[in-house]
Design a protein around this ligand. Structure first.
Ligand SMILES: NC(=O)c1ccc[n+]([C@@H]2O[C@H](COP(=O)([O-])OP(=O)(O)OC[C@H]3O[C@@H](n4cnc5c(N)ncnc54)[C@H](OP(=O)(O)O)[C@@H]3O)[C@@H](O)[C@H]2O)c1
Length: 252
């Protein structure tokens, strides 16, 4: 059966690496992006040069109508969506709880939680055998932040990822008998566009590395490979699981 994988936030970091590696394994790829048009198009060109099939589609995960259009356009170009990776995410404003700002909280929850849940809604509507679909697999990109509340100043981000994990478990049980598997992956600190600014500070990086049992940050391919395994039939009895890809988590 043809496999079509939609990746939100697929133009950079973990999403982009997942796109490249999934294309090499025969998936047709839809790369969603928000502002990174050139990066998205470059990955499409790279995949096509390797003999694969890919398209790039802009859509803001904070806007429901754009999410619905993203799914419609993907299916129009590539056929039924069989796999989904929700990688789009933002850090949001870092800071202490006493300095919270309602608009900033709403923004980080809109992208990391509500957008992801609406993508799952769209995927479920299309994949569920209860609605005439052929089943599928979904991976939600959570974070190790969900486990301990995040590093200092990241409690709001951690709360969004905790919500992702709870939602993943609930949704997975709802569609488990309808051919759809839903899992989340919890990366630890990974070198990507999201973190390279902070990790270029040597003192910050060595502090982070000292807190990880493997004593190093991760690379995007190490997360992408775990995502691809969760998407694959090799993980056929796994749903509602949280897979930590984090070098052992935190030293506490
Ligand atoms: N890197 C880490 O250490 C780490 C650790 C744990 C979890 N994660 C999670 O892994 C996922 C991927 O992050 P990454 O490390 O690969 O960083 P990244 O390169 O910054 O990837 C995030 C992507 O999401 C996109 N995005 C953000 N808001 C969006 C929106 N409203 N609509 C559509 N796309 C949007 C970004 O595009 P724009 O810039 O154009 O908005 C970007 O391409 C995120 O969910 C993140 O929370 C990362």
């Amino acid at each position: 059966m043809a496999r079509t994988l939609l990746i939100t936030g697929g133009a950079s970091g973990i999403g982009a690496e997942t796109a490249r590696r999934a294309a090499a394994r025969g998936y047709r790829i839809a790369i969603n992006y928000r502002s990174r048009e050139a990066q998205a198009k470059a990955i499409v060109a790279e995949i096509e040069a390797g003999g694969g099939e890919a398209i790039a589609i802009p859509a803001d995960m904070a806007r429901e109508a754009e999410i619905v259009r993203l799914f419609d356009e993907t299916e129009k170009s590539l056929g039924p969506i069989t796999h989904l990776v929700n990688s789009a995410g933002i850090n949001g404003r870092r800071g202490r709880v006493e300095d919270y700002d309602a608009a900033a909280l709403a923004e980080v929850f809109a992208v990391n939680v509500v957008g992801l849940m609406l993508c799952c809604r769209e995927a479920g509507r299309r994949m569920s055998t209860r609605r005439g679909g052929k089943g599928g697999a979904i991976v939600n990109v959570s974070s190790m932040a969900a486990t301990l509340g995040g590093r200092s100043g990241s409690s709001a981000y951690a709360a969004t990822k905790g919500a992702v994990d709870a939602f993943t478990k609930g949704f997975a049980r709802e569609v488990a008998s309808e051919g759809v598997r839903v899992n989340s992956i919890r990366p630890g600190m990974v070198l990507s566009e999201m973190t390279e600014g902070r990790l270029s500070d040597k003192a910050f990086r060595s502090g982070i590395e000292a807190s990880i049992p493997m004593r190093r940050v991760g690379e995007t391919h190490e997360i992408a490979e775990a995502i691809l395994w969760l998407l694959s039939d090799e993980a056929s009895f796994i749903t509602g699981a949280m897979l930590d890809a984090a070098g052992g988590g935190y030293i506490i």
